[in-house]
Write a protein that binds this ligand. Sequence first.
Ligand SMILES: *Cc1c(COP(=O)(O)O)cnc(C)c1O
Length: 238
Amino acid sequence: MTERLLNNIEYNYKTICENIAKAAQRSGRKYEDITFLAATKTVEAEYINYAISLGLNHIGENRVQELLSKYESYDLENTKLHMIGHLQTNKVRQIVDKVDMIESVDSLKLAKEISLQSEKRNISTDVLIEVNIGGEESKSGISPDELDELICQISELPAIKVQGLMTIPPICENKQKIFGYFENMRKLFIDISSKKIDNISMNVLSMGMSDDYVEAIESGATLVRIGSALFGARNYNI
Ligand SMILES: *Cc1c(COP(=O)(O)O)cnc(C)c1O
């Protein structure tokens, strides 16, 4: 571990917390109302644990393999671990008892497997439904048109609990356009919430990353997923 990197992480962590607090205030909320989750793909456990020592209490991994290889090294005593990347059905059993939340559920098949594997272990797994708000072909996530039906189907499953929605909007330079996507997510979130479906809660709206977490919070995000703004640029993109 180099001293310089640790200093950068500390500086970045404090700056992000301040920005979150200000954005929360602008949207009529408090810092404590927003969950700051660090996206930790490609980051070594030592650096993740350093961020945890500063007060970070949510981390998220993208890949099952990477999560498993780092799992024993994370300092998880006061920290929650989320799966935030695309999850293949055949890998659910490897992580279902290790994560606090799976943010990337986008099909009934995946939800059924999460429920089945959770039932076997006598647990219930909290999940978010990933929405493909930009309608991009290359992205995972359920289309907004199919969201209601999927949520109703999942509500029938015994050992999975929908806690909200997650999205990764298209990359765009134009901040106004990003606001539009976030606003559409907020509408979906409020819409589903008002339907009061049994076994479905809308507590978490996960949107916003390093470049747009301020805009996301202003649009109602309750959880932001931040990687490069905290740990520095990654060597490769996932
Ligand atoms: C990598 C990643 C992030 C964070 O991205 P940054 O731009 O580095 O902040 C957030 N969410 C998901 C699902 C990711 O894979």
